[in-house]
Design a protein around this ligand. Structure first.
Ligand code: AMP
Length: 567
């Protein structure tokens, strides 16, 4: 089957996918569609996101589903709400011309009562996250007695997110006669165990596996010390203008830290991680899809299910432990026939980790040096022209040529030069007196990572907050050195922190309110440091009393506030 029109799929389905622009099936579709249409065995498919999995299982099922029955026939389980919405949207698109087929998505973080109401429509297809499906089973809102097909999508991810018990319960609640299709990007012990216990004599297929790394992605790495990482990141972003990228971090805290850094430096960036509420995550994703932000800083888990095809770059701010995650992250770019670039920031001690990734994935990752100020300005000039000649914006304002003054005193080149100088002034000023970053080399001692860095990464991931909190309390900076004191400023301990959703802007607002007096003079505000459970801020000494007396009478998100002079 080289074209969908050569398949046996019904005209209603062919019409719908034709409108979506699908002409020929992807590799996984070539293998699964004929199998599902003709075989009654279970199936294990090793396939990564972006391979066309959803159509691979849903098109043949839609072809066979009984539209005269109003019982649930297909249940798709997937790890996240985003993926759940994506899959149900895809299935609704594929069944656009099947007027009696209904699909409902059920997932956590949204009103269960609304979902119970939508189940009254009697959908034949349910797409759900395991936790919410169990809740609905317990409320007797789902009847699985007529299930014919059960799809476990991203099974490895569901297991690693701790849905093992839920999956087992659902698998045992559904009829033995069903056909089960398990899709997974990786085949680990847990996935094998689930397959062994709940699938019967499964047929196995594998596409887009780790060895099939996309050829149209250029992989680069940059060696940079921990202290210079953020400055190096800024340079990489500046040296790649007009980018639309995802930047991967290892932990939620690192994600927020990096996003805050970028936002404070004027980039259109935002964070996506599990500490945000569902509504906040939805807003960030919407902004990213609409390109209101062009750098999304995310954890691996949070970025799952975000289906964006036009990423120009993927940045590994921190390397993942698992080489497959590296492939998975990088594969977010270079989609839909476009080229992509994957850039990894690597600490000198991470040579072993890099070697592991290179040998497990067979990817050629090329070492590059952090761009100099000069490189950046050159790239930016190129970026201006690229934008000028590739973007066809509508006329957004009436422009009368008579408004242009007489420019005959300048040559064409002089004018272009002046306009570029004007456009890139801030950036050029920033890099004018900046030294290039000191070149770093990978450490020759291979075991460095395992001993020192791993311990440090673990500390940073798990207990860093505690560590930092206690260090900060005694007035020391991250390196343990005593903090430099500014005699005009007072440092306050503040009882709210990240866990209360406190952001720097909130602290600024609180201080401004607490210090606003009759006189127009505004308090000078110094360093603000927001930690997990509490924070510190510096305010001009003459406003110490205002802070002490006004903050206790104010509230932040309903919480009492307290500020004390830090010792
Ligand atoms: P998935 O792996 O299901 O998330 O699909 C990845 C992307 O490929 C989605 O945007 C699909 O709409 C698209 N897609 C799936 N199958 C095809 C196809 N045969 N031709 C073109 N695009 C497809």
């Amino acid at each position: 089957m080289n074209l969908f029109t050569e398949s046996n799929l019904s005209p209603d389905i062919l019409k719908a996918i034709g409108e979506l622009g699908y002409e020929s099936p992807t590799e996984i579709q070539k293998q699964t569609i004929p199998f599902i249409l003709s075989d009654i065995r279970d199936l294990i498919a090793l396939a990564q996101t972006g391979t066309g999995k959803t159509a691979a299982f849903s098109l043949p099922i839609l072809d066979m589903i009984d539209d005269t029955s109003r019982k649930i026939q297909l249940l798709v389980l997937c790890p996240t709400r985003e993926l759940c919405l994506q899959i149900s949207k895809d299935i609704k698109n594929y069944s656009k011309y099947m007027k009696d087929i209904k699909t409902t998505a059920v997932y956590g973080g949204s009103s269960i009562m609304d979902q119970i109401r939508s189940l009254k429509d009697k959908p034949q297809i349910i797409v759900g996250t395991p936790g919410r499906v169990i809740d609905l089973i317990n409320r007797k809102a789902l009847d699985f007695s007529a299930i014919h097909w059960l799809v476990l999508d991203e099974a490895d991810e569901m297991l690693s997110m701790g849905f093992k018990d839920e999956l087992e319960t659902i698998l045992s609640e559904t009829p033995d006669t069903k056909q089960t299709f398990l899709f997974s990007a990786t085949m680990n012990k847990e996935v094998e165990r689930i397959s062994k216990n709940y699938l019967t004599n499964p047929h196995r297929i594998s596409v887009g596996s780790i060895n099939e790394v996309k050829k149209n992605i250029k992989h680069e790495y940059y060696v940079v010390g921990y202290r210079q990482k953020k400055e190096a990141l800024k340079r990489l972003i500046d040296a790649n203008p007009n980018q639309y990228s995802i930047l991967f971090c290892r932990t939620r805290m690192e994600t927020q830290e990096v996003a805050d850094f970028l936002m404070q430096n004027g980039y259109a960036a935002d964070a996506l991680h599990g500490d945000l509420s569902q509504a906040q995550r939805d807003t960030v994703m919407k902004k990213f899809r609409l390109k209101n932000i062009d750098i999304l800083v995310a954890t691996d888990v949070a970025a799952r299910g975000l289906d964006v095809n036009s990423l120009t770059h993927v940045i590994h701010y921190s390397l993942p432990d698992d080489p497959e995650v590296f492939v998975h992250r990088s594969g977010r770019t270079g989609r839909a026939g476009k080229d992509g670039v994957s850039m990894a920031l690597i600490k000198p001690e991470e040579s072993r980790k890099l070697k592991q990734i290179k040998s497990a994935t067979k990817i050629e990752i090329v070492e590059k040096t952090i761009p100099t100020g000069n490189d950046i300005i050159k790239a930016q000039v190129g970026g201006v022209f690229e934008k000028l000649f590739t973007e066809h914006e509508e006329d957004i304002f009436e422009f009368d040529d008579s408004l242009i003054p007489d420019l005959s005193a300048f040559t064409k080149e002089e004018l272009v030069h002046k306009l570029l100088q004007f456009q890139l002034k801030d950036l050029a000023l920033y890099y004018k007196d900046k030294h290039d970053l000191v070149e770093q080399k990978l450490s020759s001692r291979d075991d460095d990572y395992s001993r020192r860095d791993r311990g440090r990464d673990r500390d940073r991931d798990r207990g860093r907050d505690r560590d930092r909190d206690s260090r900060s309390r005694d007035g020391r900076d991250r390196g343990g050195k005593p903090r430099r004191k500014d005699e005009n400023m007072v440092r306050f301990f503040f009882n709210l922190g990240k866990k209360d959703q406190l952001k720097k802007l909130d602290v600024l607002d609180i201080i401004n309110k607490a210090t606003a007096g009759k006189s127009k003079k505004r308090a000078e505000i110094g360093d603000i440091e927001i930690l997990e459970k509490f924070s510190f801020f510096e305010v001009e000494k003459s406003f110490q009393e205002n802070v002490m007396s006004n903050i206790p009478s104010m509230k932040f998100r309903g919480k009492e506030m307290r500020a004390e002079v830090a010792n």
